[in-house]
Design a protein around this ligand. Sequence first.
Ligand SMILES: Nc1ncnc2c1ncn2[C@@H]1O[C@H](COP(=O)(O)OP(=O)(O)OP(=O)(O)O)[C@@H](O)[C@H]1O
Ligand SMILES: [Mg+2]
Length: 144
Amino acid sequence: MIDRIVQLPAANATQALGLELGRSLTAGSVLLLTGELGSGKTTLVQGLAQGLNIDDAIVSPTFTIINEYLGGRLPLYHLDLYRLTSAEVDDLHLETYWLGLEAELGIMAIEWAERLSYLPPDYLRIELTYDPVDGRIAKLRDRA
Ligand SMILES: Nc1ncnc2c1ncn2[C@@H]1O[C@H](COP(=O)(O)OP(=O)(O)OP(=O)(O)O)[C@@H](O)[C@H]1O
Ligand SMILES: [Mg+2]
């Protein structure tokens, strides 16, 4: 079920959606970001960081896999699974993050969440798509 559809005519609208989420999400929230190459996943996380009052520049974790930002309202764990196989994703044991076992509970933002073979108990899925009229569209779904 889609809970909300947001039109994103320009990059600043994608950032603004992230900012709104960064101000409102609670510790333990997991954002599953899906969408084609260049659809705006990292841009949304940049806004998310801003909403969490994180001052660091958000750079794509394509090669580092996970970037942690601890200076804001809550920790932000930013992941990009693009280059990983499902087996490699399993080896990351991401549940230790979303359960808060080894790291302080924060906000997890996972790009290329399609690569996950199992999901956290709660999550917000954000699917970004190109749209000929509106530039980009975000579809937000809770949990399923
Ligand atoms: N709503 C939008 N409208 C137009 N351009 C946008 C929008 N959102 C983001 N962009 C631009 O699209 C480009 C790619 O964005 P971004 O890097 O966030 O995509 P991505 O989904 O993270 O890509 P990747 O799949 O490579 O990780 C950037 O130049 C960004 O400014
Ligand atoms: Mg990206």
